[in-house]
Design a protein. Structure first.
Length: 102
């Protein structure tokens, strides 16, 4: 049996692809796929000078902006990639804060 050939992937990001802000997510498993739904939750608007009435807020709407179906074998790669990028971000943020103190 011949050895499997590795074929590189050419990453293409369309210029008009927009970045969507998300601040909440829900992860479920269905039919052997991980379903990750990202939401944008918008807190209620309050004009300057209006009294704060947090007790009047009963819920905050969160609108789903994208849903991804991810094969289970890709989950470790996603976790690893996010971990690497977050570590780099954290180290750079810490270095910047330390630089501000000097």
């Amino acid at each position: 049996m011949p050895e499997p050939r590795k074929i590189p992937i050419e990453w293409r990001v369309p210029e008009d692809l927009r970045a969507i802000f998300v601040n909440h997510m829900l992860v479920t498993e269905m039919d052997g796929q991980f379903i990750v739904t990202f939401f944008e939750a918008k807190p209620p608007m309050r004009l300057e000078g209006e009294p704060k009435n947090e007790d009047a807020i009963k819920s905050v709407p969160a609108t789903a902006v994208v849903r991804l179906a991810i094969p289970p074998q890709q989950i470790p790669n996603i976790i690893s990639a996010l971990g690497r990028v977050y570590k780099t971000f954290s180290e750079a943020s810490l270095a910047a804060k330390e630089g501000e103190k000097e």
